[in-house]
Ligand binder design. Structure first.
Ligand SMILES: O=C(CO)COP(=O)(O)O
Length: 214
């Protein structure tokens, strides 16, 4: 199972979370990536943790003020990127352009989507992974794997029908080892989570709990 910890714009210490993630990943052998704010990519990458951008734009070098250039994210140490997060929605053409940008910069990609139909559509664009995250469960602490397990199994089916080489992750409300195990039993190959770690009093303990059953 892959674990991607999205720090969003939460007021946590990105280096503390990244260091904890690297230590837990090293101790457990579980692949854990951290996606901080773009301005924190370099400091997070310096901890040695697998570092992802939260977004890159469908742009090349040029006149694109305020964009996140895939090459700049890679130079800062990112090796992957989320795209089309529910809080950073893109038009289909821009997802396609951002995937091209990520490929140019050699970034692993995970395209998020709200539901299984959208998962099928974005899987067709050829990302490395897709992640189904029902927006109404994001940040609630109620895991998608319990509240809406069909969303996960239907997303796995939808992606497989289009391209079975695309990994399927799920997210929203995931915070415990039990949530992770249920996600795996439903066919997910990874999870995306945020508040369960970024808002935890002890992010390292939260990560240890998360990977304990693996
Ligand atoms: O949006 C998410 C991960 O990208 C999920 O957020 P929560 O883990 O806070 O529900």
């Amino acid at each position: 199972m892959k674990v991607v910890v999205n720090l969003k714009a939460y007021p946590c210490d990105p280096v503390e979370v990244a260091t904890a993630a690297r230590e837990v990943s090293d101790a457990s052998g579980v692949d854990i990536a951290v996606a901080p704010q773009a301005a924190h990519l370099e400091r997070v990458a310096e901890t040695g943790v697998e570092t992802w951008a939260q977004h890159v734009g469908p742009v090349e070098h040029g006149s694109h003020t305020g964009s996140t250039l895939a090459e700049a994210a890679a130079e800062a140490g990112a090796t992957g990127t989320l795209l089309n997060h529910s809080e950073r929605r893109l038009k289909l053409a821009d997802i396609d352009g951002a995937l091209d940008a990520a490929e140019r910069a050699d970034l692993e990609t995970c395209v998020c989507a709200n539901n299984p139909d959208q998962i099928g559509a974005v899987a067709a664009l050829g990302p490395d992974a897709v992640a189904v995250e029902p927006p109404e469960l994001i940040g609630t602490g109620t895991p998608v794997s319990k509240a809406d397990p069909d969303v996960v199994t239907d997303a796995v089916e939808a992606a497989e029908a289009v391209d079975d080489s695309v990994a399927v992750y799920c997210g929203a409300g995931i915070s415990t080892g039990e949530d992770l195990t249920s996600a795996r039993e439903l066919g997910a190959e990874g999870v995306l989570l945020a508040s369960g770690v970024a808002k935890a009093d002890d992010p390292k303990a939260a990560l240890e709990d998360l990977v304990a059953p693996l």
